[in-house]
Ligand binder design. Structure first.
Ligand code: ADP
Length: 481
């Protein structure tokens, strides 16, 4: 097996900068691909958090004027990760969240910021950086979407390209007046170019020009070809159906391992779930819930948003509390919904506990201590929390959409959880009640937990699918050249 070189291009990467599942994937994939004969380097923006995390940084090239300022490309390590860093202080030396100002609005220059990331990726893909000449450029989401377009319009011999859609809801649209500033040729502003409903569409451009498109579950790959879930891009995705693949995400099973997890008070393995009781007590204590072993405790770890369906859960809270269940919710996002959850916690002390914020350690405790994990998403490209839940013996109760549909089994010989669809609050309430009824039957519940914990949620098989895809593209390019 010859080694393939792949440049991954991502606007966030775990453990350095993370706002969602994209970071987890960008951080885990390079390591999982090593045993597949793929050498992956990841191009990331030089945010302050990235610059602080670098080890052995070495400048490769410098430009006096790149998208308006002095810019360097650095090669560096961060833990196990091999990075290329776009050190452009005028674009990325800003505190906090990578995309929004401290006031919560998008940075007004997000267009040029992520066009710069894509331009650098394209230059690397065109072989202009001798230190790393990749066979494939793998772009993630809209922030890297222009890379395949820049490569296309260079009309030069180039690497193959893949774009992965982690969430079609984020598309990166910018005014057509930016065309020149972004270094795109006039002819690119066309239906089969970067034009998207009269604007420049970064994700659209990637979907148009990448050799292959992947998304993070087979069901989501089908859903996004429908007008209802295609968010304006369904037509293009249908046109490119032959190039579109659904490859499930995995989780880092060394970070998420209840047998060794340093974030939980009691560790356990599938062979003996006894210590989970202590984690449940610790979780109840942390959320101010009544400390009872027999109560049915639901956990939620989520962005608080319409996509995640948490308004539907809100409607079920009186039932949950009234029927003697408990809820421990960790999340942040929509301000109104946050307030409603806090009000519900105040109205049902000891039954409903809410922590607003982002807290990795607490997320681990919720997985280890809750009986079931609720994910009522209206749409869910893959979803990672249900994968962690399977591994921790928290039985998932999920909407039957996207990756949730593909990773949770309801019924049959080896069920692992509960699913509901259509995604309504009544159906969610019914699924929770159904789970509650099974919870009363200890042996049936233990079997569900055992089935979940026996599920392979690692990156192993999934990384192999990416490696296969890279080889296919490289071969296709080779034949075409
Ligand atoms: P999305 O990327 O749409 O937010 P995913 O389920 O794909 O959803 O990934 C979310 C990731 O972020 C998971 O690893 C989850 O554990 C983590 N996460 C989400 N919200 C929080 C939070 N408030 N605190 C800690 N971790 C969180």
């Amino acid at each position: 097996m010859t080694t393939m070189r792949v440049l991954s291009v991502a606007s966030e990467i775990y453990p350095i900068v993370k706002t969602g599942g994209l970071a987890d994937v960008a951080g885990a994939l390079p390591l999982a691909l090593r045993s597949e004969g793929v050498e992956m380097r990841t191009l990331v923006p030089g945010y302050p958090a990235v610059m602080d995390a670098l080890e052995r940084a070495e400048p490769l090239l410098e430009w006096p004027l790149f998208f308006g300022g002095i810019t360097r490309l650095l090669k560096a390590r961060c833990g196990e990760l091999d990075l290329l860093v776009l050190d452009a202080p005028h674009l990325f030396d800003r505190p906090g969240n990578p995309y929004v100002t401290p006031d919560g609005t998008d940075w007004p220059d997000n267009g040029p910021r992520f066009a710069a990331l894509s331009r650098m990726a394209a230059d690397i893909g065109l072989g202009d950086i001798p230190d790393f000449v990749p066979d494939i450029v793998h772009a993630h989401d809209w922030q890297a979407g222009l890379a395949p377009a820049y490569m296309h319009y260079s009309h030069r011999r180039q690497a193959g390209t893949v774009i992965t859609v982690h969430n079609l809801a984020y598309q990166g649209q910018f005014p057509r007046e930016m065309l020149d500033q972004l270094g795109l040729p006039p002819e690119s502003f066309a239906m089969y170019g970067v034009e998207y409903y009269g604007t420049i569409g970064f994700l659209k451009a990637g979907l148009q020009f990448a050799d292959r498109i992947t998304t993070v579950s087979p069901t989501y790959a089908k859903e996004i070809q429908s007008d209802e879930a295609g968010m304006g891009l369904a037509g293009l995705l249908r046109d490119r159906a032959n190039a579109l693949h659904g490859i499930l995400n995995g989780i880092d099973v060394s970070v998420w391992d209840p047998a060794t997890d340093p974030s939980i008070p009691a560790r356990y393995a599938a062979a003996g779930l006894g210590p989970r009781a202590d984690d449940k007590t610790a979780l109840q204590e942390r959320f101010g819930l009544e400390q009872r072993a027999d109560v049915f405790l639901l956990g939620v770890i989520s962005r608080i948003s319409w996509q995640k369906g948490l308004d539907l859960l809100l409607e079920c809270l009186p039932d949950i509390a009234g029927e003697g269940m408990q809820l421990a919710l960790l999340g942040s996002g929509d301000a109104d919904l946050q307030t409603h959850f806090q009000q519900a916690a105040a109205a049902h002390p000891g039954r409903i506990g809410v922590t607003i914020g982002y807290d990795e350690r607490l997320a681990h405790l919720i997985q280890a201590g809750s009986d079931a994990l609720v994910v009522p998403s209206r749409f869910e490209p893959c979803g990672l929390t249900q994968l962690c839940a399977l591994r921790y013996g928290a039985v998932p109760i999920v909407a039957g959409v996207g990756g949730l549909e593909d990773t949770v089994i309801d019924g049959g010989d080896a069920p692992t959880g509960f699913k509901f669809n259509p995604v309504t609050s009544d159906n969610l309430a019914a699924a929770i009640r159904r789970a509650y009824a099974v919870f009363a039957d200890k042996s049936a519940w233990c079997q569900l937990q055992a089935n979940g914990m026996a599920t392979d949620v690692s990156w192993r098989g999934r990384a192999a699918r990416y490696a296969e895809l890279y080889r296919e593209i490289a071969q296709m390019r080779h034949i075409a050249m």
